[in-house]
Design a protein around this ligand. Structure first.
Ligand SMILES: [Mg+2]
Ligand SMILES: [Zn+2]
Length: 225
């Protein structure tokens, strides 16, 4: 079992990038958002443009990030994964510095994070690098989550390699169809319903931990036979 988990709106209660843009960016960021909504630019282009518009020095940026709270039960979920040797990776179309800063403040700085990479600072200007993008990604995201969560073919039939995905938004659509076990809320839950994809709706991480613990036990029993 391997778990991939979205960050904004899933682990973090708010969308961190939107929060930072609202507080610190030149208002032109909203125009980019509208162009993305109309389909004129990709999500990846939108994010690059928006990050370049973030003002304020690093102290101001960190002060905004330090207001972000985590979803109920997330820390206990991380502890469960560690205790059961279940690898957990945060995979986000957000910004790596934002995510790491917030996780560190909650004592979770050791979690692996795959996200867009922030370069620069308030003085020199900020820009976004997208090492996880993939040409042809249906989501057009800076981070192609389906590529990140892909598994090699020889492991595809191994139940122990069960892929679990947890998410809430549009950047999760491309990967959700590949998950063996899908936890969804908000836009992702609506998407899963519209496609008749099996999924568990969640509101906090306590229910996810309970469901995964039961699945993990079933797998362990099967492996012991
Ligand atoms: Mg999200
Ligand atoms: Zn993709």
């Amino acid at each position: 079992m391997r778990v991939f988990c979205d960050f904004d709106g899933t682990i973090a209660k708010v969308d961190t990038t939107d929060l930072v843009l609202t507080r610190l960016a030149d208002p032109a960021w909203e125009g980019l958002e509208e162009r993305w909504t109309r389909g004129e630019i990709t999500a990846a282009e939108c994010m690059r443009g928006q990050v370049a518009l973030i003002g304020g020095d690093d102290t101001a940026l960190d002060a905004v990030l330090d207001t972000v709270e985590l979803a109920e039960g997330f820390a206990a979920f991380v502890a469960w994964c560690q205790a059961h040797h279940v690898p957990l990776t945060v995979v986000s179309d957000g910004v790596d510095h934002f995510i790491v800063r917030i996780l560190e403040r909650h004592g979770l700085g050791r979690l692996p994070v795959i996200a867009n990479h922030l370069v620069g600072n308030g003085e020199l200007g900020r820009r976004l690098e997208q090492p996880w993008s993939r040409a042809g990604c249906a989501a057009g995201s800076g981070v192609c989550k389906c590529q990140v969560a892909a598994r090699s073919d020889e492991r595809a039939n191994d139940l122990r390699d069960l892929m679990v995905f947890i998410g809430d938004g549009r950047s999760d659509f491309c990967v959700s169809g590949r998950a063996d076990l899908l936890f969804a809320r908000d836009k992702l839950a609506a998407y899963a319903r519209s496609r008749a994809m099996p999924h568990h709706e969640f509101s906090d991480f306590h229910s996810i931990t309970a469901t995964l613990a039961a699945a993990h036990e079933r797998l362990a029993r099967r492996a012991a036979i």
